[in-house]
Design a binder for this molecule. Structure first.
Ligand code: ZN
Length: 673
């Protein structure tokens, strides 16, 4: 709900308007290993910012790096023990760097850097090393004891045994987050958000005792703490200046304070002050006060997130992973999202759902397009392309939310995907492929805008319905609702009327891509024999398969065979829209009435199962293209330019670092824990 991740098709099919890009020779490609490609992004418009704005972005980029070790430690309790050892071996290895063992070791380290620890950022599974344990042991033995950061009473041999187990034993701490609710998800998750020996019941009992069910402004309990058991007593270790992660938090505070000294206006200074106070005390009421001030500041150009925000890494959905986004507003492109959000009520009133489930008054949705200028913590290297915050429901209802689209990141995905052969392999004919080249970029952007700033905010529950009534299908159905809302409105003449889309036929590009992705191409992310699990992927398959089935007798769309390969053929885009409207009405009804039974049936029937034959075909066709399923980004390096008095007179960006150079520099300059 709170962030949009790029889809396979999105990251591989977009064409782009040449004028959107600052430097046509910019090199987006950085590195490639395992299932990952590392890219870099441009920061268009940075040079024309004022010195004060550049300084603020520079200070915020430092604050975004200062917390890196927090994310690493949250992601697993051995990560910060392992990283320096791997990096020492990588830098000092004096054998043949082309040998199989070293190559495999390098691949593993690159995966660990990308995951901010030993788990895959998306599947949450522990990485499997392809180098030998004897290689590790003999290289470990060469590390001087002074470089091992041994704990009191710990020998080098102890650490070696521990780390060998962490790397090579597949049954030891195997999965970062377990979602299998038939078992204790806290005990079975190997991330470090809970202490050893803590059970799900311990955590639930602990917070239930604190919660006041009648509080209209409930605290986000657990957001900034680690629940531990000391001598049988359950307690919280709170993240704050004098608590857990204090040394990293003190650096964050220093740089936030520097940023405050060059803030653009009082509103911005005020929310930075509140955020610093929160970091000093760990008091979650202050975090709520900060969130309100932040959500209500829609005037500033520069904006940032720095804190414990998204809870996807917590099996109980409470503790926030540390992350940072630094950005500034893209004024030109924001005209688009402002046109949409200022017409929010019109979209609500004309939605094809039962009128009693429409919101009589839509309020407080602000939306803008931003240029990302730095990514940190859990948002780095893998990042979202759209964000909607704050997360606290009562703040969203009472004070509204801010929705942003990270346009230069989406552009980088698109530019890096040019001519990758995807269209030739998967799109049915040249005419459709040309249509995608011309219209997919803008319609995909509009889809994200409509999904984030209107889709999630639309509709309402019937009186007395519990917002968690759809249980484990809640997020799949909520994502489907927001996607359907966006898909339904893309062909609407309202988009021409408010000036955000020139061509009334352009929506067909997004329809084609969406259905192709939901029926076929997203299967590239799934291992053979597995079902669809992730909520966004389930939602896309649900919509595509439902439309395929319901449109069968009218031949709205079909999967056809050509030269032994499967292609999507869409025959009737108009009827497709009306089916989308019908499904939106039904899913809104399910949500509004809390109809778990109907929701469960939809998900089980359309969203989960994979046709093994088609799956195999998709994987084979992808393999021929060499398009990595996951991508992420390096950041530019911010270089302050000083005069002979030592004053900063400019800030320039450098884009030349390699992936290992950037990662090793971060460890050298920002190891704060
Ligand atoms: Zn969403």
């Amino acid at each position: 709900m709170k962030k949009i991740l790029p889809t396979i098709a999105l990251s591989s099919m977009l064409a782009i308007q040449a004028n959107a890009v600052e430097n046509p020779d910019f090199n987006y490609h950085v590195d490639n290993f395992a299932d990952i490609e590392v890219l870099r992004y441009e920061v268009p418009g940075f040079k024309s910012l004022s010195l004060q704005q550049k300084l603020m972005l520079y200070y915020l980029s430092q604050a975004a790096q200062a917390g890196r070790d927090i994310t690493w430690d949250q992601n697993g309790r051995y990560n910060l023990r392992l990283r320096p050892v791997l990096e020492y071996i990588y830098v000092n290895y004096d054998g043949n760097r082309d040998s199989n063992d070293f190559k495999a070791f390098e691949k593993y380290l690159k995966q660990v850097w990308f995951g901010n620890g030993i788990y895959h950022h998306y599947s949450n599974d522990k990485f499997t090393p392809e180098f030998s344990e004897s290689f590790f042991n003999s290289e470990f033995a060469k590390i001087p004891e002074s470089s091992l950061n041994l704990k009191d009473g710990e020998s080098a041999a102890d650490l070696q045994t521990l780390l060998a187990k962490v790397i090579f034993d597949p049954t030891f701490v195997p999965k970062k987050v377990s979602q299998d609710s038939s078992q204790d998800v806290v005990v079975n998750s190997s991330g470090n958000l809970y202490g050893e020996g803590v059970t799900q019941k311990d955590v639930e009992d602990y917070f239930n005792a604190l919660k006041d069910p009648n509080d209209a402004t409930p605290i986000s309990y657990g957001l900034n703490s680690r629940v531990v058991k000391n001598n049988g007593k359950v307690e919280e270790e709170v993240y704050h200046l004098n608590g857990l992660y204090g040394p990293a938090i003190s650096k964050i505070i220093y740089w936030l304070d520097m940023a405050k000294s060059v803030a653009e206006n009082d509103a911005q200074r005020e929310y930075i002050t509140k955020l610093i106070d929160f970091y000093i005390t760990g008091d979650l009421r202050l975090f709520d006060e900060y969130s309100i001030l932040w959500a209500e500041d829609t005037k500033s150009d520069i904006d940032f997130v720095n804190g414990f925000i998204e809870s996807y890494n917590d099996p109980l959905g409470m503790t926030g992973s540390w992350e940072s986004y630094v950005n500034f507003k893209n004024r030109e492109a924001s005209a688009r999202t402002e046109a949409i959000s200022s017409n929010a009520q019109w979209f609500e009133d004309n939605s094809p759902i039962n009128p009693v489930y429409r919101k009589p008054e839509v309020k407080g949705v602000s939306a803008k397009v931003i240029t990302a200028s730095f990514l940190g913590g859990d948002a780095f290297p893998a990042t979202a392309i759209g964000i909607n915050l704050p997360n606290a429901n009562w703040i969203r209802a009472a004070h509204g939310s801010k929705s942003v689209t990270l346009e230069n990141i989406t552009e980088a995905y698109a530019m890096a995907s040019k001519d990758n052969g995807f269209n030739e392999e998967f799109v049915i004919d040249k005419a459709t492929s040309d249509m995608l080249d011309e219209w997919l970029y803008i319609t995909d952007m509009l889809h994200t805008d409509l999904h984030e700033c209107l889709g999630h905010a639309s509709g309402r529950l019937a009186p007395g319905v519990d917002q968690d009534a759809l249980k484990e299908h809640g997020s799949t159905l909520e994502e489907a609702r927001a996607d359907l809302f966006a898909l339904y409105y893309l062909p609407d003449a309202k988009l021409q009327e408010i000036g955000v889309l020139s061509n009334p036929e352009a929506y067909k590009a997004e329809y084609y891509k969406y259905m192709l992705n939901g029926l076929m191409t997203q299967l590239n992310r799934i291992e053979p024999g597995k079902d669809v699990e992730e909520a966004h992927m389930r939602n896309r398959q649900l919509i595509a398969k439902w439309v395929l089935e319901k449109g069968k007798k009218d031949k709205v769309m079909e999967l056809v065979k050509r030269n032994g390969k499967t292609y999507l053929k869409i025959n009737d885009y108009k009827k497709m829209r009306s089916l989308i409207g019908q499904l939106l009405a039904e899913i809104q009804r399910i949500k509004s009435e809390g109809d778990y039974k109907a929701g469960n049936e939809l998900v089980q029937k359309y969203a989960v199962k994979v046709d093994p034959k088609l799956h195999k075909e998709v994987l084979e066709r992808y393999a021929g293209l060499n398009i990595p399923p996951y991508r992420g980004f390096l950041n530019p390096v911010y270089n302050p330019v000083k005069n002979d008095k030592g004053e900063i007179i400019d800030v320039t960006l450098d884009f030349t670092e390699t992936y290992p150079e950037q990662m090793l520099r971060l460890s050298r300059d920002h190891s704060n824990l």
